[in-house]
Design a binder for this molecule. Structure first.
Ligand code: ADP
Ligand code: MG
Length: 575
């Protein structure tokens, strides 16, 4: 957790002020019982009214001063902690933006969300506690003991008996509670995961009538978390009665032994009263310390989880001064590329070699899971390969800066993703400063104009969160327009025509041809009709290239390709 607190640097000044205020407040609290004992000893017992007024006035002033310090320090510590939380959330979010997909796979989206929200809140809460008690608890404890000894040294023996007992009890409670606090954070992750899946997959869940199953799953995770929380709180709740018991018994003991001493004339009534208050302050400070000690392990479990994110070095490092493109433009070459997903047994791709140049269309066809998407994801360097090379314009993709490399690429992912905002916003995502002209043209080519015009506000119509108010095919066309508006050197279409009807598919591909004369196109498709007129068709099978060639060549030499073709066309159509 200490490592996380290094980010408190910008708050050094307010923290200093808070600690000073708390210091003054603690002093005032330590001084009040002494003033009170003076009133009792020298005022009330002697009937000296002016003296009572005088000391009473001082008491009032000290109490008001202490209260003002307390108010200001609470206000400031709340502000510091909130500001710190904001800072940390920003830091985590910015850091995560640099992650490669590998790190996302590793931590998991649900856990990343919990870490950015709940875990940071935990640290924030303990920070408030620490700010307020770091100074006051030790001061009240040590100061209280000094003052108590000062009032009556012999009576402190009572405290010497009570405090160790109280400390032992606190220790027992804390050591039981701390592991449970740590477990709670993990269970919260789990709950988040189930909740996310349940909400994102709501359509699937309903259509397969799995609502009860999902409810059960959520219920299990929910109950699990609740039971741990209840257990932890039950244990923590026992602290209070233990503390009260210790308070009251020590008060009884102090009065019991103190009254003897007053009878014997070796103690005054006011001192006895002050002594009881100091004893209370000492024990109370012990409880404070114990609460901090319980909260710190919990927050430090959270801090570890935050640090894990902050200290995770993206496996794929961005090149600060990446090589600039040579004279070439839009060249792609795979050179004996082998790639496995982290933790996977078999490589997802093995020994892939091919090259593509501007004006050419390379199509990839193959069964599901054959590695088509994987192959495309390697070009923008979402993952790093195990062996071989991927060259863009003759330069290894690892030598580009991410920004330069990705600026060359217009990617249409297999799962079309839109952002909440207008249609125009979504198309301009590809190129921020695109003119209206460019945007409309891109929509035209993507065959999206017709349905956009059919929408109530045309290009200014809003897309709901997750793009739920447009159909799958419309989503695909918008994400194609988004890539087109960029005018990239390299187009990557990952099965981007799958949700289009045959007619739109054909029209779109005809329009694309004119658009991509100077660019390299790599596309994945399921339909033979989509890949048929590509310059090169790569047939993938279990991560290996089974055959390469044009439609004609493949019909002659490739059994796998013929099989795919015959599964889609009848005999006459092929001929
Ligand atoms: P395709 O696009 O041809 O249907 P993919 O390229 O998506 O196939 O997947 C190829 C193989 O890699 C599959 O066996 C799949 O299980 C695996 N795979 C895909 N994505 C990941 C991932 N993020 N982590 C681990 N394995 C993955
Ligand atoms: Mg795929």
């Amino acid at each position: 957790m200490m490592r996380l607190f290094r980010y408190l640097k910008p708050y050094r000044l307010p923290i200093g002020i808070i600690l000073a205020l708390v210091f003054v407040q603690s002093l005032s609290e330590l001084y009040l019982p002494t003033l009170m004992s003076d009133i009792v000893n020298f005022g009330i017992s002697k009937g000296d009214v002016p003296y009572i007024w005088q000391i009473g006035g001082i008491m009032l002033a000290v109490a008001i001063g202490g209260t003002i310090c307390a108010i200001i320090s609470s206000y400031m510590s709340a502000k510091v902690a909130m500001g710190y939380g904001k800072l940390m959330r920003g830091k985590v979010f910015n850091h995560v933006q640099h992650f490669s997909l590998q790190e996302f796979d590793q931590i998991g989206t649900a856990s990343l969300i919990t870490r950015t929200t709940n875990d940071i809140t935990q640290v924030q809460q303990v920070l408030v506690m620490i700010l307020r008690m770091m100074v006051s608890a030790p001061m009240m404890c040590i100061g209280g003991i000094i003052m108590a000894v000062n009032k009556d040294a012999k009576l402190t023996l009572v405290l010497a008996v009570v405090i160790p007992i109280l400390a032992l009890a606190i220790f027992a409670v804390a050591s039981k509670g701390i592991p449970l606090f740590k477990a709670m954070q993990k269970k919260l992750d789990k709950l988040n995961l189930v909740l996310r899946e349940g909400l994102i997959g709501i359509r699937v869940i309903r259509s397969f009538n799995r609502t009860t199953h999902e409810k059960q799953r959520f219920n299990d995770a929910n109950t699990d978390l609740t039971q741990t929380a209840i257990k932890v709180n039950r244990i923590m709740a026992s602290l209070m009665p233990i503390m009260m018991l210790a308070f009251n018994f020590s008060t009884i003991a102090i009065i019991w032994f103190g009254s003897d001493r007053i009878n014997a004339g070796s103690m005054q009534v006011g001192d006895l009263m002050a002594f009881i208050q100091y004893a209370t302050q000492i024990m109370f400070s012990l409880v404070m310390v114990s609460i901090i000690f319980v909260m710190i392990p919990r927050a430090s479990a959270s801090a570890t989880r935050i640090n894990e994110v902050l200290e995770m070095e993206p496996v794929i490092r961005d090149q600060a001064n990446g090589k600039q493109a040579s004279g070439q433009h839009g060249y792609i070459e795979f050179d004996r590329v082998t790639f496995s997903y982290p933790g996977a047994e078999n490589p997802a791709l093995s020994d892939i070699s091919f090259s593509a140049r501007p004006g050419e269309t390379t199509a990839i066809i193959g069964g599901t899971g054959s590695g088509k998407s994987t192959m495309l994801n390697l070009i923008p360097r979402f993952y790093d390969i195990d062996s071989g090379r991927i060259l863009v314009n003759g330069i290894d993709v690892r030598e580009f800066s991410h920004e330069d490399l990705r600026a060359k690429i217009g990617l249409v992912p297999q799962k079309a993703v839109l952002f909440s905002g207008t249609i125009a916003d979504n198309i301009r995502y590809g190129k921020r400063d695109a003119t209206d002209e460019e945007m409309r043209h891109a929509a035209d080519v993507a065959q999206a104009t017709e349905f956009i015009n059919g929408m109530p506000d045309g290009f200014e119509s809003t897309i709901a969160q997750g793009g739920t108010n447009v159909s799958g095919g419309q989503k695909q066309r918008l994400s194609i327009a988004r890539a087109l508006v960029r005018k990239p050197e390299i187009y990557i279409f990952d099965d981007s025509f799958s949700a289009l009807d045959f007619k739109t598919d054909a029209k779109l591909r005809a329009a694309l041809k004119g658009e991509t004369v100077d660019s390299t196109v790599i596309l994945v498709a399921q339909r033979v009709s989509t890949v048929m007129d590509a310059d090169r068709i790569i047939v993938l099978e279990e991560g290996r290239i089974a055959d390469v060639g044009t439609h004609k060549e493949l019909l002659e030499k490739s059994d796998v390709y013929r099989e795919i073709v015959s599964s889609q066309f009848s005999e006459e159509e092929i001929a």
